[in-house]
Design a binder for this molecule. Structure first.
Ligand code: AMP
Length: 367
């Protein structure tokens, strides 16, 4: 059997496992929690992810080590490479994605459009950055932020002090505020030979900075938008000599697409692909990191994905919606926690809209 070791054992690991089992792949997950979701689909090694010895131990016998969380310490990934393990995606991708400044600089170097930005290292630097970019602007910690944590919007000069008080003391980045029309993302896979395939660009709705709904393909997208979105990820994957699935989150301003964030892993906005595409992001990630041929990323038809956060919805009500596919991560409910998602599919956009409206209604009680 082919063993894959996955650093991180959350729902992304669980879905990698579900996709890999039929391919004859078996899994070993490393996660600090003994309750990690992915333990349902493989062996679980309980250890913190900065424990390089535990990671090395968990990697023994694996064809490849991959990760389902971009917070995996680069030191752990490097220790595995040094010990002779194949690690995909490459460690360099982790380093870029873990630092918002390195991320934006990499995008800029590759000619991928982003919001204007500037590094902020101290209080005087924040004033200079505000003078340079103007307001409104978004102040973000360079490291450790996700789902909107570690950032503040500065709307007028009075916000500067409070934002500094909240975030100051660690390296920061200030970005010009983008008055986007909508948020999109593009998920792509690159294989060991450098071939890249992209799924259709999708539209994402966030609430409290957590993804709630993805529509695939993004309504109203044409070849030009798909090509623009692909131009925001293809050069990046080539530059990083990337192997596996990655996502770039985009702002659609109506005039342009601006890249906001890179995720060097399978992504929540690609979950629809399990039922909605010829090959899911999870299966293609495994195919890529194992050196197997990629599958088609074409959509089978329109699809939409709805997350539930904090509390569980009425499962029977969801399953009564035609075309609804349930993914319950079997986690203990906690406020703000992603507990599951449902993907709805349909043969035509009008039917999808109707089914999505029903699912939204059922899930709306979940905060
Ligand atoms: P991030 O942590 O960078 O993914 O940002 C979380 C959310 O904050 C994004 O999905 C946007 O809704 C919003 N946001 C982040 N950066 C900006 C920006 N420069 N301008 C406007 N909104 C932003």
């Amino acid at each position: 059997v082919t063993l894959v070791t996955v650093l991180g054992g959350g729902q992304l690991g669980w879905m990698l496992g579900l996709a890999g089992l039929p391919l004859g792949v078996r899994f070993r997950f490393v996660d600090p929690s003994g309750e990690a979701t992915a333990r349902a689909v493989g062996e679980l090694v309980v250890a913190p992810l900065d424990d390089a010895d535990a990671a090395r131990h968990a990697a023994s016998g694996a064809a490849v080590v991959t990760y389902e969380w971009e917070g995996v310490p680069a030191t752990t990934a490097e220790a595995l490479v040094t010990a002779g393990h194949r690690v995909s995606p490459p460690v360099g991708a982790l380093a870029v994605a873990q630092d918002r400044l390195a991320e934006k600089e990499c995008l800029r170097r590759l000619g991928i459009p982003t919001a204007r930005f500037t590094a902020v290292d101290d209080r005087a630097g924040l004033d200079a950055a505000v003078a340079h970019l103007g307001l409104p602007a978004v102040l973000k910690t360079r490291r450790g932020g996700y789902d909107g944590k570690g950032q503040r919007v500065l709307r007028d000069p009075a916000d500067v002090d409070s934002a500094w008080a909240a975030l100051g003391g660690v390296p920061l980045i200030l970005e010009a505020f983008v008055a986007f029309r909508r948020e999109l993302s593009i998920v792509a896979v690159r294989d060991r030979d450098g071939a890249v395939a992209c799924w259709p660009v999708v539209e994402n709705e966030h609430r409290d900075a957590i993804l709630r709904v993805t529509r695939a393909p993004a309504p109203g997208t044409d070849h030009a938008i798909q090509a623009q979105a692909e131009a925001c990820i293809r050069p990046l994957l080539d530059e990083l000599d990337y192997v596996g699935v990655a996502c770039v989150e985009l702002f659609d301003t109506g005039d342009a697409l601006l890249a906001n964030e890179i995720a060097p892993r399978v992504h929540n906005s690609g979950h629809w692909s399990i039922e909605g595409a010829e090959t899911s992001q999870f299966e293609n990630h495994l195919r890529a990191v194992l050196g197997l041929p990629l599958g088609s990323t074409a959509a089978r038809g329109p699809a939409a994905m709805v997350n539930w956060i904090g509390t569980h919805p009425d499962r029977a009500a969801l399953l009564a919606v035609p075309g609804a596919h349930l993914h319950d991560y079997a986690k203990v409910a906690r406020p703000g926690r992603k507990l599951g998602h449902v993907t709805v599919t349909a043969h035509d956009p009008a039917t999808l809209d109707e089914r999505l409206a029903r699912v939204r209604e059922i899930v709306s009680d979940c905060s």
